[in-house]
Design a protein around this ligand. Structure first.
Ligand code: FMN
Length: 345
């Protein structure tokens, strides 16, 4: 079985990390000997408490982690009031009309009203409250994406004796993260589902491994387009300490994806994804769809910066996920998932 020193640090059997928003995936991966990481973005503290209680009750004491996403740069949230109502007021009418017309054209009913009771997505203060909850549970790793984690995350992790991981898409970012005190680098190539940079996994992994050599020992996990054991082994041959995966778990039985999204993911080929700002305001890889194409087409008002774009778009878009033409779940630019299922990790 493939192993690396990180397995001993985290108490796992093999260095396969599963990023997921679904607690069942976290539990099954960790129970199988890998490391499940729950994505907390979008949860209220109360929801997160319930999710972590459920994981603690079902995971048989196996280790798991939490990922909070704290963007270092949030241009759309500048200003005093960052509540959902204030955000909604800042969405230009041209944008709202574009979304209304687009949904109507694709027969998506309703979905134009915002859920004011929800926290504004991606705000650092939400993440701080999530951390208050998370550190009351036996998490064994905390991860962050979209920039250097705030000092409070690093300090709290140190106090609890757990490592901090950070996702990066470029060598320079990896060096900055290590300088800030991050313990594990997730080098994520542009093939990855979700927010990603432009450097491919094949180029990024050896580049980051080489850049960090000679300094403090910081393991590098490879991410982006990894669906099979062969790809994981290849990344480890390039110096990675393991694989950090996301898209491969989306169509599994344990995932929360709707049937429509699941079918689209399995049917998609390696040319069916696009890196688009249309979901969150920052470039994120996802399935190409009527939604992503409309934002690129002539007549589009252009995407708003994070977090205004997800206020205006993602919540409405999410409701359309049962409609085949509009379903647009993020996934990696990689071999069809059916082939990943067939191959042993
Ligand atoms: C649907 C989806 C949502 C994601 N959301 C987050 C997130 O909230 N925080 C994060 O650190 N990474 C997020 N990621 C990125 C994953 O952590 C991981 O790096 C990526 O999925 C790896 O590439 P792969 O999808 O090709 O396996 C997301 C990925 C996907 C597919």
């Amino acid at each position: 079985m493939i192993q690396s020193p990180l397995c001993r640090t985290l108490g796992i059997d093999f260095p396969l990390f599963a990023f997921t928003h679904c607690r069942d995936v976290v539990v099954e991966v960790s129970k199988a000997g890998g490391f499940g990481v729950l994505g907390a973005v979008g949860h209220t503290p109360e929801e997160l408490e319930a999710e972590l209680n459920w994981i603690d009750a079902h995971i048989d004491g196996r280790p798991y982690g939490l990922d909070v996403l704290i963007p270092e740069n949030l241009p759309g949230a500048a200003g005093a009031d960052t509540g959902m109502e204030a955000m909604a007021r800042r969405i230009p009418e041209q944008h709202s009309a574009f979304v209304r017309e687009l949904l109507q054209r694709h027969g998506v009913q309703g979905g134009t009203e915002l859920r004011m009771e929800r926290p504004t997505p991606f705000l650092p203060e939400n993440a701080e409250r999530q951390m208050d909850v998370a550190f009351r549970h036996p998490i064994r790793l905390i991860a962050n994406a979209l920039g250097v984690p705030p000092p409070s995350m690093i300090e709290r992790a140190r106090r609890h004796g757990i490592p901090v991981a950070a996702l990066v898409g470029a060598k320079e970012h990896a060096l900055r993260q290590v300088e800030a005190g991050v313990d594990i680098i997730v080098a994520q190539g542009g093939e990855a589902g979700g927010h990603c940079g432009e450097v491919s996994t094949m180029v990024l992994i050896p580049e980051v491994v080489r850049a960090l050599r000679g300094g403090r020992e910081v393991p590098v996990l490879a991410a982006g387009g990894i669906m099979t054991g062969e790809q994981m082994a290849a990344c480890m041959a390039m110096g990675a300490a393991g694989a950090w995966t996301g898209s491969v778990w989306l169509p599994t039985r344990e995932s929360e994806c709707s049937e429509t999204v699941r079918e689209k993911l399995v049917a998609a080929g390696s040319r069916d994804t696009v890196r688009s700002r249309s979901r969150t305001g920052k470039p994120a890889r996802q399935l190409r769809s009527a939604w992503t194409e409309a934002w690129e087409a002539p007549g589009s008002p252009g995407c708003l910066p994070m977090p205004l774009q997800p206020c205006s778009a993602a919540r409405r878009c999410a409701r359309s996920s049962r409609r085949p033409t509009a379903a647009t779940h993020r996934r990696a630019n990689s071999p069809p998932i059916s082939s990943a299922r067939a191959s042993a990790w």
